[in-house]
Structures are given as C-alpha cells and as structure tokens.
Design a protein around this ligand. Structure first.
Ligand code: HXC
Length: 258
C-alpha cells in the first residue's frame, strides 16, 4: 500500500517506517497516525517482516500531535470522535518488536509514540519532552502513564508540569532510552539491532514482548507466574530444541518459528 505521510521499506526482514511530514517536523495528524497504524497492521501480517524500526528525520522524530489540526476542535469533536484511540490501540497491539530510532525532537505525541515502541535508541541530538502544558492541555497518548513508568514520578512530574525538554544523555540516565549513539550512526545501530532480533525465533520475540509488557499490568507474583508459564510452554517448540541443540553442537541456530 502507498502512504502519503510515511516512507516504508522492507530489507533483511526488517520493516523500516520513516515518518515523513518534513514541513511540520513530522507532527502527528490523523492521516499520519492512521497510516502508521495500518502500516504496522500490514507488517504484523507480513512474513517477510520480523522486526520493525520507526524513525523520523534528523531534525525531528515527531514534534507532537498536529497543533493546527487540533486547535479548532471542540470537546465533543475529540471525545465523541475518540481521537487517536483506535490507532493507539492498533500500534501497541503489534506483536512484532518495534524499535524507535529517535533523532531531534520527540515531543508530546512524538515522545508518546516513541514510548509505545518496545525500546528507544536515541541519537545524541535527541530531545524528549511533554510540553502540552504550554498549550493548555496535557498528554493524551499515554504520556502521563508511560513516562512515569520509565523515569519515575519526580522526573515525570517535572517534564509534564514545566514542559522542559530532556536531552539524550539525561534520557539514557533516566531509563527512557536504551542507548545513545552519535547521530550519524543512529540508523545503522537501529537497523543492526532490528536485524539481530529478526534472526531470533519469532515465537520467542513475541513471548518477550508479552511478558515484559505484562510487568506494567500486573503484580510481581502474577508477572513471574506468567513468565514461568510461557517459559515452560516454549519447551513445546522446535525452536527450543534447535536453539539449545545448536549451542551444544557449537553452531548457529536455524530458527523456523515452530
Ligand atoms: C503542527 C508543527 C508542530 C506541531 C512544529 N510544527 N511542531 N505543526 N503541530 N506539533 C511546524 C511549525 O508550525 C512550523 O511550520 C514547522 O513545523 C517548523 O517548526 P518551527 O517551530 O519553525 O521550528 P523550530 O523553531 O526549530 O522549533 C522546533 C520546536 C517547535 C521546538 C519542535 O516547533 C515546537 O515547540 N513545536 C511544538 C511542540 C509541541 O508543543 N508538541 C506537543 C503537541 S500536543 P511553519 O508552517 O510555520 O513553517 C501533543 C498532544 C498529544 O502532542 C496527545 C494527542 C492525543
């Protein structure tokens, strides 16, 4: 499918999605969010895709939801229209691993989109923020909940209440991003990570996503029980025999997602 606001490639079993509204610093309008949800659904169903990278431009991953589009909307428009809800749910339901590769601004909905991905690799130019307070609103795509879980209450309050930006170094120190790399190396690093994931058993990568995400939703005891159950269940797969057999035979495993 052709997209107006995304540039999409599939290479080495990695789906690369580049947000592409350069005139608006990749602001997330309803078309872009809708296309992204569709694209992730398609990649979810495409056997050629085993891992996904979402990125923006050098200047902006995304500078937030589109303020022009939102500015004239009424409460009834956004409430009755349930703005972004279906697309948010579609994005977070994707069962394949998604890496956000962030350079430049990841603000408001842009920061929230990065946090919806499974992990974030940041360029040293990245700037994260939840500046909705400056617009007379608050985060609406999960930012008050997810940022708090990533960086803790004090820093999340600071970010949401002051609207200040966090640079890449602070983002790594606070646990928002998994690694920071020089801007020039961002895409190589993100694609390498995605290619590495694409080599694993897709059953195991899906289980990792489910189990780690479960830690947000449940108690430690229930989460550990869930993990143990899925750990045991992987012994029913051919990939477990292949992975452990390959280790003992001192060779690379050939996973078949079975
Ligand atoms: C629409 C945007 C935009 C946005 C930038 N642009 N951010 N358009 N929505 N969120 C447009 C500008 O209007 C401008 O268009 C062009 O992109 C370049 O932006 P500049 O401001 O000229 O660039 P610069 O001076 O470098 O400043 C960069 C910036 C600033 C610091 C990122 O653009 C900025 O503060 N943007 C808004 C960030 C923000 O408040 N995000 C939160 C949005 S609310 P023209 O046509 O003038 O060239 C949100 C809620 C999510 O995300 C919840 C949804 C449910």
């Amino acid at each position: 499918m052709a997209y107006k606001t995304l540039i999409v490639e599939i290479e080495d079993h990695v789906g690369l999605i580049r947000l592409n509204r350069p005139d608006a610093l990749n602001a997330l309008n309803s078309q872009l969010i809708g296309e992204l949800a569709k694209c992730l659904t398609e990649m979810g169903a495409n056997d050629k895709v085993r891992a996904i990278v979402v990125t923006g431009s050098d200047k902006a991953f995304a500078a937030g939801a589109d303020i022009k589009e939102m500015s004239e909307k009424s409460f009834v428009d956004v409430f009755a229209g349930d703005m972004f809800t279906d697309d948010h749910d579609t994005i977070v339901r994707c069962r394949k691993p998604i890496i956000a590769a962030v350079a430049g601004y990841a603000l408001g909905g842009g920061c929230e989109l990065a946090m919806m991905c499974d992990f974030i690799i940041a360029a040293d130019t990245a700037k994260f923020g939840q500046p909705e307070i400056n617009l007379g609103v608050v985060a609406g795509l999960g930012g008050t909940q997810r940022l708090t879980r990533f960086v803790g209450k004090s820093k999340a309050m600071d970010m949401h209440l002051t609207g200040r930006f966090m640079d890449a170094e602070e983002a790594e120190r606070s646990g928002l991003v998994s690694r920071v790399v020089p801007a020039k190396k961002l895409m190589d690093e993100a694609m390498d990570a995605a290619r590495k994931i694409a080599e694993k058993s897709a059953i195991s990568t899906m289980v990792v996503k489910e189990a780690v995400n479960r830690s947000y939703e449940t108690t430690l005891t229930e989460g550990i029980l869930f993990e143990r159950r899925v750990f045991y269940s992987l012994f029913a797969t051919e990939d477990q025999k292949e992975g452990m057999g390959a280790f003992l035979e001192k060779r690379e495993p050939q996973f078949r997602d079975k």
